[in-house]
Design a protein around this ligand. Sequence first.
Ligand SMILES: *[C@@H]1O[C@H](CO)[C@@H](O)[C@H](O)[C@H]1NC(C)=O
Ligand SMILES: *[C@@H]1O[C@H](CO)[C@@H](O)[C@H](O)[C@H]1NC(C)=O
Ligand SMILES: *[C@@H]1O[C@H](CO)[C@@H](O)[C@H](O)[C@H]1NC(C)=O
Ligand SMILES: *[C@@H]1O[C@H](CO)[C@@H](O)[C@H](O)[C@H]1NC(C)=O
Ligand SMILES: *[C@@H]1O[C@H](CO)[C@@H](O)[C@H](O)[C@H]1NC(C)=O
Length: 372
Amino acid sequence: MVYSQQHRSISILMLPWLTHGHISPFLELAKKLTHKRNNLHFYICSTPVNLTSIKPKLSGKYSHCIEFVELHLPHDELPELPPHYHTTNGLPPHLMSTLKKAFNMSSSNFSDILQTLKPDLLIYDFLQPWAPSLALSHNIPAVEFCTINAATIISIFANHFMNSSLEFPFPGIHLRDYEIRMFKNQSGKKIVPVGPLVQDPLDQKTDEESPIIQWLNKREKSSVVYVSFGSEYFLSKKEIEEIAHKLDLSKGWAPQAKILQHPGVGGFVSHCGWSSVLESIKFGVPIIAMPMQLDQPVNAILVEEVGVGVEAKRAEGGGLQREAIAEAIGDVVVKEIGEGVRMKALEVSDNMKKIEDEEINDVLEQLVQLCA
Ligand SMILES: *[C@@H]1O[C@H](CO)[C@@H](O)[C@H](O)[C@H]1NC(C)=O
Ligand SMILES: *[C@@H]1O[C@H](CO)[C@@H](O)[C@H](O)[C@H]1NC(C)=O
Ligand SMILES: *[C@@H]1O[C@H](CO)[C@@H](O)[C@H](O)[C@H]1NC(C)=O
Ligand SMILES: *[C@@H]1O[C@H](CO)[C@@H](O)[C@H](O)[C@H]1NC(C)=O
Ligand SMILES: *[C@@H]1O[C@H](CO)[C@@H](O)[C@H](O)[C@H]1NC(C)=O
């Protein structure tokens, strides 16, 4: 009996928010868990526009254990939001609230999905309080997966909800004025760290002959600075001028993990989206932080506080300054002054590799218990 209990297939439905920075860690979590146990079956639920771009990037070795499920948002009711806008990627900013509304309205379609798949567990994201309620009504346990880091959560939590005068968890980290209400009632929840969910470069389906990797192969060790502002933020013309002063800009998706892992890369100019920070740290690449929005300013403070990068300081009014950017890049990548940061990036990378397996084992154990 123990045998059949252990080998009973467990199906887990995931519903990430419709944005790259959320879908990607959900997918990585699924992959890591399937490496640990072969009786897990994941359904990743998202809009067709997102799924069509994720599917071809997923290595064939997951085809038996990770399945994609389409969630259709209303379109007749919200004609201003055609299906190609059912993602935050490329969404005109003024339609963000419409997308949130549409996602909310799709709860009835999501309920049908729950009914059909009858998963053992739902893993949901923020912005969807209706998802766990629906799961509960189908007697399905639900777990929230928070894709931002613990330091940010704790500082927001401590400052907003405990009215604490303490500065958490480092003096350097303090609350910025974001409208985030989602942690309101989390004190009653059990919190389990998932560790870094960074894509395995071997899983990135670009052949070694891809022009960018070929080009990197010809560079000297640590001589290239990789610049990316993620999949969400669109630089203004002025910002591009400041940043791209003497840089080549390319558009489109880049195999980021493969690039960061490449020995030619000596620094990462990053907007400090949490996935990018984790990827850079995992591969021991020091960061030149240029936060733009959301939790990124707090992430940038964390990067400095831990010592794996420096922030390119902005002008008084908040504008980017090419001199400050150039100086930060020089300090981190080239000059002697950056030696400490470069060493620290390698040290933290080593530490991260040591703990990640342990953490994912714990996550697995907790999830399986919920499904029992
Ligand atoms: C949808 O999401 C995926 C994965 O996060 C992203 O790579 C892709 O660019 C998005 N698709 C579109 C069309 O925006
Ligand atoms: C539910 O899905 C159907 C397509 O299957 C779509 O036409 C409809 O607009 C969706 N309804 C809502 C409320 O999301
Ligand atoms: C989401 O839907 C619920 C009802 O299911 C409603 O109470 C809430 O105001 C909606 N939120 C948004 C942002 O539309
Ligand atoms: C928070 O703390 C401050 C200072 O201790 C106090 O003046 C204020 O009334 C408190 N606010 C709440 C909502 O408890
Ligand atoms: C928050 O949690 C407390 C204690 O668990 C509960 O009494 C309260 O109703 C909750 N509030 C909301 C808004 O869910």
